[in-house]
Design a protein around this ligand. Sequence first.
Ligand code: ZN
Length: 504
Amino acid sequence: MTSNPQQRFLELWGILADLGYGSAILQWDQETYMPPSGGPMRGKILATLTEIRHAKMVSKEMADAIEAAADVAEEGSELAAQVAEARRQTERERKIPADLAKALAEAESNGLMAWQKARAASDFSLFREELAETIRLNREKAAVLAPGGNPYDAMLDLYEPGTTEAQLTPMFEELGAVLAPMMSAVSECGVVVDESPAQGHFDPAQQEAFTKMVAAKMGYDFEGGRLDKTTHPFCTTFGNGDVRITWRYQEDDIRPALYGVMHEAGHGLYEQGIGPDARTPLGHATGLGMHESQSRLWENMVGRSEAFWHWAMPHFVEAFPEKAGLDPATMQRALNTCKPSLIRVEADEATYNLHVAARYNMERQLFDGSVGVDDLPELWSQTYEDLLGIRPPSVAQGVLQDIHWAMGAFGYFPTYTLGNLICAQLFEAARGDLGDLEVMFAQGEFAPLLGWLRDNIHVHGRQYSTQELVERATGKSLSAAPLLSHLTGMAERIYGVSLGVEGA
Ligand code: ZN
């Protein structure tokens, strides 16, 4: 045991990190290669690791090591930032009483089972009790995390530290005020976009080869990563020398595979580029909103641009010869449709944010107590009617469609739109610094953009908050204007509808 306070603190913290990465490897395996009968035992191993990690995190030994390191940390130093982050995490872990943590875990597990049944039967009453309990316990959790504070802010803080309802609400209102009328204008304009360029028959082996080639071209390092198949694609990290992504495909549509891989590779690039040691408190991404901005940037700003297709088309046609003769502009139109839909995960880039806004409004009302569980099915339908102009014909396609609330993940949804907002603002700033990105994309040059993201975002790890990183990288605080400008510009280009967004 070392007597150097900094070394001692980082040694203990490294053990916590190892336990976390160990669990992540087991979870990755569970989703990819574990045989079906391995489930129950895997659950036990993960529960044991989680328990050990929790005990170490809230131990006196850890608290003493953090305080001893704090005593020798100079103001503004890296050590001071490490100590602040370690305090934030351990204090949060310590605030939740053991019986509440246990009740939450049970409620989540019951909630998931009930939700699956209720969704299959499209019957909200089968989920009502469990959801009410999950909400009750999460409000209790919010009260212990932020006594006397705004309960919904305590939930937001779990996923994007420092983000508040007061910051988000004006941005969601601004988005709704432009995107809802844009949606109506697009619906009424009579233009129907042909999506057949993205559809047809795509051999799975060719899809894998093509999407892997695209990910490598983006800069995703396969020497420090892998691509495996899962039902729900994700990215996971065990330190930046081992960042894995997963994918799925559909034989009759290239979009799930291509945009799934570009999305996850975008997350992967962030993780592979993190500067601080992965076993220290700062060696992680800063928050889920910033993480999502990186995936969305590659998926939407790069992958759905015409310039990208100027480079990609010959490779695409080589992999899928039936697409011979397809031109980049036609492909781009097929990839940027905009139409109201009921299901969030199937929504296009523009309407996606309205799906998130709907959930954000409902969550806030659940946490301020102005609506109860029994109000949810009708509130959902009404919110969809107001924002998207459509009502779900069943609760399975309405309030029961997402897994998040069943898992107790309240405050998670906004990070999706936060990601879209940040991505548009970063892209605008990168263009300002680097010049015409489209010319580069058309030549298959993505390294300048990646380099800009590395320098401005990735390398900092958790040294700065998401809001601070946005300001440092773009010179402005986060605003809805760049995303609105991007989305209305696209609607004008594809559908010929003009929204006249001022200053956007
Ligand atoms: Zn994502």
